[in-house]
Design a protein around this ligand. Structure first.
Ligand SMILES: Cc1cc2nc3c(=O)[nH]c(=O)nc-3n(C[C@H](O)[C@H](O)[C@H](O)COP(=O)(O)OP(=O)(O)OC[C@H]3O[C@@H](n4cnc5c(N)ncnc54)[C@H](O)[C@@H]3O)c2cc1C
Length: 504
C-alpha cells in the first residue's frame, strides 16, 4: 500500500476527530488503536458548546439519534448547602451524559465513512525517526485473533492521540511537569434512586473535607459515581481503594444517598487524574492532540470537548504543513498557542472550583488551589475581574438593550494579523489583540468590519451596519455572535459602553 499522509495513534475523540477532518481535506489517513471498539472509557459529561464541534464533524444527527441523556446543568454540594446551576438559563442549552463506548464508536464509524483506514488492536510501541530527528514511522504491534505481529507504518506526519499514555509525546520527550497527584476511583451502579430536590440528569459534584465526589446518570440507567482522592494520602493510609471508595460514599451527603445499599455492578476502577501539559505541541513531524497534549482536571468536564477541538484544529495545522510548507511555522505557532491557552483556561476553571471549597484550608483543597503549575498558568484575580466585567455587560444589554448603549474603542484596542483557520488552512487574518493576547479572531466574524463600526455608535446600529455590509445571515445566531464579541471586548477593557445617552 502507498504510505499514508498522516498516521494517527489513538482513536478516542481526539484521534477520531483529527482523522475525520484530515480525511475530509483529502488526506490518506491511518487511524490506529490498541483496543477493539466498542471499548469503555470514563469521561461522560459534555458541555452544550460541543454541538458546534459535532456539526463540523458531520455527526449532529447521529448524536441526536443516539439518545444520550441531556442535562441542563450541574448540582454542587459544598459544605452544608446544595446549589443547582443551569448552563444557560435564558436559552436552555443542554449538555450530554454520553456512554463513551457508544459515543467513541460513533466517531470512529464517522472516521471510517470519511475514508480513514481504521486499524483496531494495533498497539503503537514507538516512533521511528529519520537522520534529521523527524518522525518517519511508528512501530506497531498487531494482535489479530491472538496472533501477534510487529510492523512499521510509515507516514508524512503523525498525531499522538493516545490519551494519557502519550506514547509518541513521551518518545519525543515533550511531556511537561505534572501537578499534584490525584487518583479518581469510579464505580457504576445499575440501580440508583431518583433525587427529589434536583434534576437527576445533572452532573453532580460534592466537596468533602478529603476530596470530591462526582456523579452522572447514563441513558441505560447506570450511575457513574467517581471519587477524587490525593494519591499520596491514599498510599500513606495503606487502605485498599475499595475500602476508601466505600468510606467516602458512606460520608457523602449528595451522591451517597442515591446509591446507598446498592453494590457497583462492575468492579471499581482507578484512573490517574493528575494534570500535566507539554513543552511543545508540534515537534519532529508529530502533533499532540487531546489528553496526549495536556490533561485537565476532570472536574471541569471539558476533556472530551478539548480533545475534539484539538483534533479538528490540529487537522488544519497538519494540512497547512503538508500543503503550504511556507506557512508551516505560522501553523505550528498557532497550534502551540491554542493548546497552551486551552490548558491555562481550563486550569483557571478548576482552580476557581478548588478555591470556592468550604474546605479550602484542608490539605486536599489547599494544595490544589495553590499548585505551582496552576499559579504559573494564570492570575486568578485577573480571571475573576474578567468574569465580573462580562457579567456586567450581559446585565447592561439585558436592562438597557442595544438602542440605548453606545460603544467606543479604548486606546488598547488594536487590530493585527494573527493566525486563524480558514477553509482547512491556517492563515493570517485580522484579529483584535490586546498586547500579545488574541481577544477576537476572524473565526466567526469579520473582525475588521466590526472594529470599524465601534466608534461611539449605538449597539443596535453596530448590528445593523454589520448585517448590511457583511455576508452573514440576519439571524439570532449572528446577533448572539455579535453580542458575545462585544461582551468579550468589554471584558478585556477594549471598548467602553456608555448608557447615559438614552434615546427618547
Ligand atoms: C475520572 C475522570 C473523569 C473524567 N470526566 C470527564 C467528563 O465528565 N467530561 C469530559 O469531557 N472529560 C472527562 N474526563 C477526561 C476525558 O476522559 C478525556 O479528556 C478524553 O477521553 C480525552 O480524549 P482523547 O481522545 O485525548 O483520549 P482517550 O479518550 O483516552 O483515547 C485514547 C485512545 O488511545 C488508545 N491508545 C492508548 N495507547 C495506545 C497505544 N500505545 N497504541 C494505540 N492506541 C493507544 C486508547 O485505547 C484510546 O482509545 C475524565 C477523565 C477522568 C480520568
Amino acid at each position: 500500500m502507498d504510505a499514508p499522509d498522516v498516521v494517527i495513534a489513538g482513536a478516542g475523540p481526539a484521534g477520531a476527530s483529527a482523522a475525520i477532518a484530515l480525511a475530509e481535506l483529502g488526506h490518506r489517513v491511518v487511524l490506529l488503536d490498541r483496543a477493539r471498539f466498542p471499548r469503555h472509557r470514563i469521561g461522560e459529561s459534555l458541555p452544550p458548546k460541543v454541538d458546534t464541534l459535532f456539526a463540523l464533524l458531520g455527526v449532529s444527527r447521529r448524536i441526536e439519534q443516539a439518545g444520550f441523556v441531556r442535562m441542563a446543568g450541574t448540582t454542587v454540594h459544598q459544605g452544608d448547602h446544595t446549589i443547582s446551576h443551569e448552563f444557560d438559563p435564558e436559552r436552555g442549552a443542554l449538555g450530554y451524559q454520553v456512554d463513551r463506548a457508544r459515543f467513541d464508536q460513533l466517531l470512529l464509524d464517522r472516521a471510517r465513512e470519511t475514508g480513514a483506514e481504521v486499524i483496531e488492536e494495533a498497539h503503537v510501541l514507538d516512533v521511528e525517526r529519520g537522520s534529521d530527528g523527524r518522525a518517519v514511522g511508528v512501530q506497531v504491534r498487531h494482535t489479530d485473533g491472538g496472533h501477534e505481529s510487529i510492523e512499521v507504518i510509515p507516514g508524512s506526519f503523525f498525531v499522538d492521540a493516545t490519551g494519557t499514555s502519550g506514547v509518541l509525546s513521551r518518545a519525543l520527550g515533550l511531556r511537561r511537569k505534572e501537578s499534584v497527584r490525584t487518583l479518581a476511583i469510579s464505580g457504576y451502579f445499575a440501580k440508583s434512586r431518583t433525587p427529589d430536590s434536583f434534576p437527576a440528569p445533572n452532573t453532580l459534584f460534592e466537596m468533602t473535607r478529603t476530596g470530591w465526589i462526582w456523579s452522572v446518570l447514563l441513558a441505560d440507567g447506570r450511575r457513574n459515581v467517581t471519587i477524587g482522592v490525593d494519591l499520596g494520602e491514599l498510599k500513606s493510609s495503606g487502605k485498599a481503594i475499595d475500602a476508601v471508595y466505600q468510606d467516602r460514599l458512606e460520608e457523602s451527603l449528595l451522591v451517597g444517598p442515591l446509591v446507598r445499599g446498592e453494590e457497583p455492578s462492575s468492579p471499581i476502577a482507578a484512573h490517574d487524574a493528575t494534570g500535566y501539559t507539554s513543552e511543545r505541541y508540534v515537534e519532529c513531524g508529530c502533533l499532540l492532540a487531546g489528553d496526549a497534549a495536556s490533561f485537565i482536571d476532570p472536574l471541569t468536564s471539558q476533556g472530551v470537548y478539548k480533545a475534539i477541538h484539538s483534533g479538528i484544529h490540529g487537522a488544519a495545522v497538519i494540512n497547512t504543513i503538508l500543503r503550504r510548507p511556507a506557512d508551516a511555522e505560522t501553523a505550528i505557532a498557532y497550534y502551540d498557542e491554542l493548546q497552551r491557552l486551552a490548558h491555562e483556561r481550563y486550569t483557571e476553571v478548576a482552580v476557581g472550583f478548588y478555591r470556592a471549597s468550604p474546605f479550602a484550608d484542608e490539605p486536599f483543597w489547599q494544595v490544589r488551589s495553590r499548585s505551582e503549575l496552576f499559579l504559573e498558568a494564570f492570575s486568578l484575580e485577573e480571571a475573576r475581574s474578567r468574569g465580573d466585567r462580562r457579567a456586567r455587560f450581559v446585565d447592561l444589554m439585558r436592562k438597557e438593550g442595544g438602542r440605548s448603549l453606545r460603544v467606543a474603542k479604548t486606546a488598547a484596542f488594536t487590530v493585527a494579523l494573527r493566525p486563524t483557520i480558514e477553509a482547512g488552512f491556517v492563515v493570517r487574518a485580522p484579529a483584535v489583540v490586546k498586547g500579545r493576547e488574541l481577544v477576537l479572531s476572524s473565526d466567526r466574524l469579520n473582525v475588521e468590519l466590526l472594529a470599524s463600526l465601534i466608534d461611539g455608535r449605538l449597539v443596535a446600529d453596530v448590528f445593523e451596519g454589520y448585517l448590511a455590509a457583511s455576508s452573514e445571515p440576519r439571524s439570532q445566531e449572528t446577533a448572539r455572535a455579535l453580542t458575545r464579541a462585544l461582551g468579550r471586548l468589554y471584558e478585556r477593557e477594549l471598548i467602553t459602553v456608555d448608557h447615559s445617552s438614552r434615546l427618547p
